[in-house]
Design a protein around this ligand. Structure first.
Ligand SMILES: Cc1cc2nc3c(=O)[nH]c(=O)nc-3n(C[C@H](O)[C@H](O)[C@H](O)COP(=O)(O)O)c2cc1C
Length: 166
């Protein structure tokens, strides 16, 4: 009998304060995917200044330098991409990721962590990822802020269902 080829799956994410990281870790654990964090070379200020600083980075369309990824995007078949919502869209380090890495002909699933709503985050990511097949998109309320267990379970269920259909 011929061996069934196993699809290579990666969860790649940016997280400034840990919420998207906890979603990404749970998703990767649930579906047995590799995990890779997008780390900006310069750290964003914390405290109230982060809103001003982060928001202005988005408004100016910045693509800040990021550290080399621990995984080679090109070698995966299915890629989950996670971002915090900043100023109603994805973060500048994710902009850098999408610009610098070979996303093309992949199956992609998008997720976002926010405290109000995703705004245009998922639409804009889809726009930037044209040429890939979208297999799912979802947003979650910041799991470290409230309903941690329920939110992480929802993320796990969502990812598992997508993998069954993918
Ligand atoms: C600069 C900045 C801008 C933000 N803008 C939004 C926003 O437009 N809408 C929203 O719902 N949450 C917004 N938030 C809240 C984050 O999206 C939310 O806390 C998210 O869960 C953070 O993810 P992280 O912990 O992985 O960094 C913003 C946070 C920061 C730091």
């Amino acid at each position: 009998m011929a061996a069934v080829e196993r699809k290579r799956v990666l969860v790649v994410f940016h997280s400034h304060e840990g919420n998207t990281r906890s979603l990404a870790e749970n998703i990767a654990d649930e579906i047995g995917a590799d995990l890779s964090e997008v780390v900006p070379e310069k750290v964003v200020p914390s405290g109230p200044m982060k809103y001003f600083w982060g928001g202005s980075q988005v408004m100016m369309g910045r693509k800040p330098p990021i550290q080399p990824l621990s995984s080679d995007i090109g070698s995966y078949d299915i890629i989950f991409i996670g971002t915090p919502v900043w100023a109603w869209t994805y973060t500048p380090p994710i902009s850098t990721l999408l610009k610098e890495h070979p996303f093309s002909g992949k199956k992609v699933a998008l997720f976002a962590s926010c405290e109000g709503g995703p705004g245009k985050t998922l639409e804009k990511m889809k726009e930037a990822l044209k040429g890939n097949e979208l297999i799912g998109e979802e947003w979650f309320f910041a799991p470290l802020k409230k309903d941690t267990e329920a939110t992480l379970k929802r993320a796990r269920d969502w990812a598992r269902d997508l993998m069954i259909k993918a």
